[in-house]
Design a protein around this ligand. Structure first.
Ligand code: SF4
Length: 369
């Protein structure tokens, strides 16, 4: 999936990623489910007509974003392929994040591709069945997930693997990277836990451990045949910038494992409300799925107007308003810290990233690209 070159002013007007949670319904009960998935669709789920209208509106952004059909399990939605087809007709690039259930068959992937899906997002949270299945809450999930990856590769579909890092799998970063190495994966997206609720606090890794994780991810970004990016850990960008001068960080000569996608070095920071927006199954509009600050509701509110003009979105795009270290950090324009974690931990989405150990240098020039 191409990574368009955006400028800061583009992001004031257009998101890069638009996540549409087409349903909350899912047959799984995963431990860290953002959607608090239910077996049945919510009665207020947007109808087919409303979903088509939402897609039409998304297509009116000056630079239309990548539209990610997510859930719940999007395959639980009967009209999913019609919605994908409509988005494709409107010129939107689309992605799909199916859950690891019996619905995720090669036939379903083929239909998704025929409808226009350009990339699948598949979750893998452990390097072995014990770890992954414990995370996902049912035995057999690991094998099914590997089967989905293999089916996508056989169909020549681009895949982004999504991994949530917590204390439970922190020591498996290298092992997961190896599991992915020969599976034709295009991108490894590593999500760092946003602690919403007390149970999750114990699973949160320590701020210093992020640096260890970043070191391993940066190693794999340079040596594996897929790109690596982080979600809710933009300080990985700061880590990479700090270490590009390190000779050990230079791409290995002669290796065929050059990173295919260098978006971890993209010149602009993308974060909740700045390049990212989210609309829930019932039309609620948020800066991101993990930042539940309600900013509007489709169809009463326009997603385009909300993205551009809602004060919360505008504040999130203004790093000079951030608190603490993030607000004075020279990396605030390309990192800015996780706004979702700041909100989850402090109740203030503009507070400093709670899980960054970096101490800003008051004499350094501000890094803008
Ligand atoms: S202090 Fe904030 S802006 Fe600076 S590197 Fe850390 S998270 Fe990023």
């Amino acid at each position: 999936m191409p990574h368009p070159h955006y400028t800061a002013s583009d992001f004031d007007l257009n998101p890069l990623m638009f996540y549409y949670e087409v349903t909350q319904a899912c047959d799984l009960v995963c431990k860290h489910c953002r959607a608090s998935a239910q077996e049945e669709p919510h009665p207020e789920e947007l109808s087919t007509a409303q979903s088509l209208a939402l897609i039409d509106q998304v297509a009116t952004f000056d630079r239309p974003p990548i539209l990610v059909f997510t859930g719940g399990d999007p395959l639980k939605r009967a009209d999913l392929f019609d919605l994908i087809h409509h988005a494709d007709d409107r010129g939107l690039m689309t992605a799909l994040t199916p859950s690891a259930t019996p619905l995720a068959t090669p036939e379903a992937f083929t239909r998704a591709r025929e409808a226009g899906v350009k990339r699948l997002g598949i979750s893998l949270d452990g390097a072995d069945p014990v770890t992954h299945d414990a995370f996902r809450g049912w035995e057999g999930s690991f094998e099914r997930t590997l089967g989905m990856l293999d089916a996508a590769r056989d169909l020549d579909m681009a895949v982004q693997v999504n991994t949530s890092i917590t204390r439970l799998n922190f020591d498996q970063i290298d092992a997961i990277a190896e599991v992915l190495a020969d599976r034709g994966v295009a991108m490894w997206s590593v999500f760092f836990l946003v602690p919403v609720g007390r149970g999750m606090e114990q699973e949160r890794i320590k701020p210093a451990e992020y640096e260890t994780a970043f070191e391993r991810l940066w190693h794999h970004a340079r040596t594996k045949p897929y790109g690596v990016k982080t979600t809710e850990a933009p300080h990985y960008r700061r880590y990479v910038l700090q270490h590009q001068g390190d000779p050990l960080a230079a791409p290995q000569q002669g290796t065929r494992h050059a990173p295919r996608d260098a978006s971890h070095r993209a010149p602009l920071g993308v974060w909740d409300g700045r390049g990212v927006m989210f609309t829930s199954h019932n039309g609620e509009i948020y800066p991101a799925g993990f930042l539940p600050l309600l900013c509007g509701r489709f169809p009463e509110d326009s997603v385009v107007e909300t993205y551009r003009n809602h004060p919360t979105f505008r504040d999130l795009r203004t790093p000079d308003k951030f608190g603490g270290n993030c607000g004075r950090c020279e990396y605030r324009y390309i990192c800015g810290g996780s706004r979702a974690r700041a909100w989850a931990v402090t109740g203030d989405a503009l507070a400093s990233e709670p899980d960054c150990i970096y101490i800003p240098d008051p004499n350094a020039d501000v890094v803008r690209s």
